[in-house]
Write a protein that binds this ligand. Structure first.
Ligand code: SAH
Length: 407
C-alpha cells in the first residue's frame, strides 16, 4: 500500500472529515491515477484512505476516515446503497432523482441521476474512474435497473487528466440489437418532462430546481399572475410550472415568454407544453440572448408579473467572483425594472464561487440601482437529493431568492 505524508498542520481539514487533499499539503509520496493511498500526518498518524490523482490540484480525495475500512467492491456497494437508501427519507416528487451527489454522499467525483428506468452516471475524478465497473454493477444491483448511460463529458474531467467519455455502459445489447432510447420522459410533480440524456446539459436535466419550479407554480397560482418571463428557460421547466399555476388558478388569458440561446432546448420546451396539454398560444419561445432581450423589453416599456432568472454558472470558482457579480447584478437590475409592482422575481445563482450572502448583496444592490424596493419572500436552494453536508461546505452551490416588488 502506498502512503502519502502531509506537511505539519495540513491534517486539520481531514480531521474534520473534509475529503480534499491539495497538492500543496503533501510532503511526500504518491500513486497511480485513482489508486488508493494511505494518508498520514507529518508524524505518521493515519488520517484517511484516499484516491490519488497525479494531475489534479486536488491531489487526493478521501474515501474513508476509518483505518479498518478496506476500499474494495464491498465498500462501493455499501456507499451506493447508503446514498440511494437515504433518498427515500427525502421528499422527492419525481421519478427523476439524483441518487449520488459526489462528496456529499461520500463518493467524490461520482454523480448518478435516475430518469425513470435509466441511470445516468458522471465520473469526474481519477478515483471514481478507476472503480467505474465496480460502481456501475453496485448501482444496477441496488436500484434493480438494467440501463446505465455514461455522461463523463464535464469539463472538470480535464483537471483530473481524464478524456471525455459518453455512451451506454450497461443495457445496450452488443451487436445489432436496437439501442435503448436516450430521449426519456420523467414525471415531476404532476408534469411530464422530456429529458435527452445523450445531448442535454449535465446528465440531461436540472433536477436541482425541482422544488423551486413547484414553488413558482404555487406563486403564479396564488397571485393569479398573467404575464411571465422565463429567462434561461432550457427545456421549459419553469414555463411548464407557470402554465400549471395559471391553469390551477383558472387564468386562461396568461402568457409565458421563454428565452434561451439553445435551439434544441427550446424545441424540447415546446414539446413539453404539448405533452402537458397546454395551449401553444399561451407561450412564446425566443432563441435569443437574455441580456439583449431584457434591454429590448425595457426600451419597449414591457412589464411582467413574474420574471425567472436562472443563468448558467457565471463563476465556477471564487477567482471569477468579481466579474460574475457584475453580470448577476446587471441581469437582476434589468429584471427588477421589468417587474410590475406586486410581481415576483425568482432569481438564482448556481455558481460555487458566489456565496448565498454575496448573492443576497448582489440582488440588493441591483434593486438599489433599479430604484426598486422589494420583499424577500422566500430563500431557495437545491432540492434535497442534492444534499449539503456539515463537513463539505463546497456542496452548497445553488441559491435563489424570491423577491416581491413592493406593491
Ligand atoms: N431554468 C432551467 C435551467 C437553466 S440552465 C430549468 O429549470 O431547467 C441555463 C440555460 O441558459 C441553458 O439552457 C443555456 O442554454 C442558457 N443560456 C446561457 N447563456 C445564455 C444567454 N446569454 N442567453 C440566453 N440563454 C442562455
Amino acid at each position: 500500500m502506498k502512503t502519502i505524508r502531509l506537511h505539519p498542520g495540513r491534517e486539520r481539514s481531514l480531521l474534520r472529515r473534509h475529503p480534499w487533499i491539495f497538492d500543496s499539503a503533501i510532503a511526500k509520496g504518491g500513486g497511480d491515477p485513482g489508486e488508493t493511498v494511505r494518508v498520514e500526518s507529518h508524524d505518521g498518524k493515519f488520517l484517511a484512505w484516499a484516491a490519488f490523482s497525479p494531475q489534479s490540484r486536488i491531489r487526493a480525495r478521501a474515501w474513508s476516515f476509518d483505518e479498518a475500512q478496506r476500499i474494495d467492491a464491498a465498500f462501493f456497494a455499501a456507499a451506493c446503497a447508503r446514498a440511494i437508501g437515504v433518498r427515500s427519507r427525502f421528499e422527492i416528487r419525481s421519478d427523476g432523482v439524483r441518487l449520488v451527489h459526489g462528496e456529499s454522499d461520500g463518493l467524490p467525483g461520482l454523480v448518478v441521476d435516475r430518469y425513470a428506468d435509466t441511470l445516468v452516471a458522471q465520473f469526474t475524478s481519477a478515483g471514481a474512474q478507476r472503480w467505474k465497473d465496480v460502481i456501475v454493477d453496485a448501482l444496477l444491483r441496488e436500484t434493480g435497473l438494467a440501463r446505465l448511460y455514461e455522461r463523463s463529458d464535464a469539463s472538470v474531467r480535464a483537471l483530473e487528466g481524464l478524456a471525455p467519455a459518453t455512451g451506454w455502459l450497461r443495457g445496450a445489447e452488443v451487436g445489432g440489437a436496437v439501442a435503448p432510447p436516450t430521449e426519456l420522459e420523467i414525471r415531476e410533480h404532476d408534469w411530464r418532462l422530456g429529458v435527452d440524456i445523450a445531448e442535454g446539459h449535465k446528465t440531461g436535466f436540472y433536477l436541482d430546481q425541482r422544488d423551486n419550479r413547484k414553488s413558482f407554480a404555487d406563486w403564479v397560482q396564488r397571485l393569479q399572475l398573467r404575464r411571465v418571463l422565463n429567462c434561461f428557460c432550457y427545456t421549459g421547466g419553469f414555463t411548464v410550472a407557470a402554465l400549471a399555476g395559471m391553469r390551477a388558478a383558472g387564468v386562461d388569458d396568461g402568457e409565458v415568454v421563454s428565452i434561451d440561446s439553445s435551439a434544441p432546448a427550446l424545441a424540447r420546451a415546446r414539446a413539453n407544453l404539448a405533452s402537458n396539454g397546454f395551449d401553444a398560444a399561451r407561450a412564446r419561445f425566443l432563441d435569443a440572448d437574455v441580456n439583449a432581450s431584457l434591454r429590448q423589453y425595457l426600451r419597449d416599456g414591457a412589464r411582467f408579473d413574474a420574471v425567472v432568472l436562472d443563468p448558467p454558472k457565471f463563476a465556477p470558482t471564487v477567482t471569477h467572483a468579481e466579474r460574475a457579480a457584475r453580470a448577476y447584478k446587471d441581469i437582476n437590475r434589468l429584471a427588477l425594472q421589468l417587474l410590475e409592482p406586486g410581481g415576483v422575481l425568482f432569481t438564482f445563482s448556481c455558481s460555487g464561487g458566489i456565496s448565498a450572502d454575496l448573492f443576497h448583496k448582489i440582488v440588493a444592490s441591483a434593486g438599489a440601482d433599479a430604484g426598486v424596493d422589494g420583499y424577500i419572500v422566500e430563500t431557495m436552494g437545491a432540492a434535497p437529493d442534492h444534499p449539503m453536508t456539515l463537513e463539505f461546505p463546497e456542496g452548497e452551490y445553488l441559491k435563489g431568492l424570491v423577491v416581491m416588488r413592493k406593491p
